[in-house]
Design a protein around this ligand. Sequence first.
Ligand code: AMP
Ligand code: GLY
Length: 424
Amino acid sequence: MNILLLGSGGREHALAWKLSRSSSLESLFIAPGNAGTKNLGKNLPIDPNDFDAVKEAVLDNNINMVVVGPEAPLVNGIADYFENDAELKAVSVIGPNKTAAQLEGSKDFAKEFMKRHNIPTAKYQSFTKDTLKEGLEFLEGMKAPYVLKADGLAAGKGVLIIDDLATAKKELSNMLVDDKFGNASSKVVIEEFLDGIEMSVFVLTDGDGFKVFPDAKDYKRIGEGDTGLNTGGMGAISPVPFAEGGFSDKVYNQVIIPTIKGLKRDEIEYKGFIFLGLISVNGDPYVIEYNCRLGDPETEVVLPRLKSDLIDLFEGVATSTLSERDIEFDPRTAATVMMVSGGYPEAYEKGKPIYGLNGVTDSVVFHAGTKADGPAVTTAGGRVLAVTSFGKDIPSALAISYENAEKIEFEGAYYRKDIGHDLL
Ligand code: AMP
Ligand code: GLY
């Protein structure tokens, strides 16, 4: 199997790492990849959203399967592009088509879907520029905090949680009238605030059969104690102790089964990962969001726990035989600690040399934002490295990650020292 993996973050390094452990892999290409993926395959300097360039790489390298890491190419229709091209039709794409990817690409679509199929989620209503007045009135009838969500993709920044009504009203009109998030906020979902603890679950489906991956929790804020600005994710833990038993069963019965059945009933063919962003409110699950891809940094703890062959599972997706495949997980706890550039998630510098990677023992270091500079590795993003370790429990896994994070140096390096503490 010749595989082309699209993306360049920690999630993609973890995917590349797992794919390269399969005996059915012949060659792996990553577009564009990073300094970590470079050691597992060949990086190609291609933008995953440039479908013509992706096509050329697929034909030049006899690619049989394209694994799509990030959401943008999916929401932009890369699966449909392959399906509708005579030369690419036989190449399997792991990731949903444009319609199915709307579960992430449009908050309104996702909310409608959940309402239609009785999937627990916050109460909501959607508004456009033409219904701004109704939107303002709707806010008046809600309780603080106010949750405003840009309908479309907004690079993780499109959700505002606001404490006072006046600001919420102002922001609603900024989004709808002044295009605060461009076209992404031409429609805004206003929803009820849910108070609880968040976690995520990934489900891989071929549109019929499905496999549930272990749950994980990520840490979104930059500061310890979950303070400060939102980031792409500062660390992750899997499994999540509070989800064991009853909560997981509820997620399975109230969210996963109705989601898979709902897609079928709506005649939406879904092939790939569904990411369930969940919140537990007094022990009951609610869906905060769907994503059409794996999470980052959750992937860096979930995939290391997968004992089964990932290519075998992906072949199951491609040939609609997923239910015939086995899936097995490592029962141990995996923890990852994200090392980020100084200043992130605001302005930060790139190009800082990274030292100490060779001194790491007992952890896997997934590169998130790095670049190979000859034999040297330099920083190339806000999130730089995810240091993943196993342990019999959360503290023992974290101890190894922190021990190794201390050995790695680059100017301005920062990481949270309280990952997982809320779960103890
Ligand atoms: P989303 O992009 O929909 O995942 O939203 C980003 C973050 O905003 C989530 O991870 C939650 O922390 C928070 N959030 C979104 N919707 C709600 C809600 N209805 N109630 C409370 N927090 C929310
Ligand atoms: N870690 C959250 C996400 O990938 O969207």
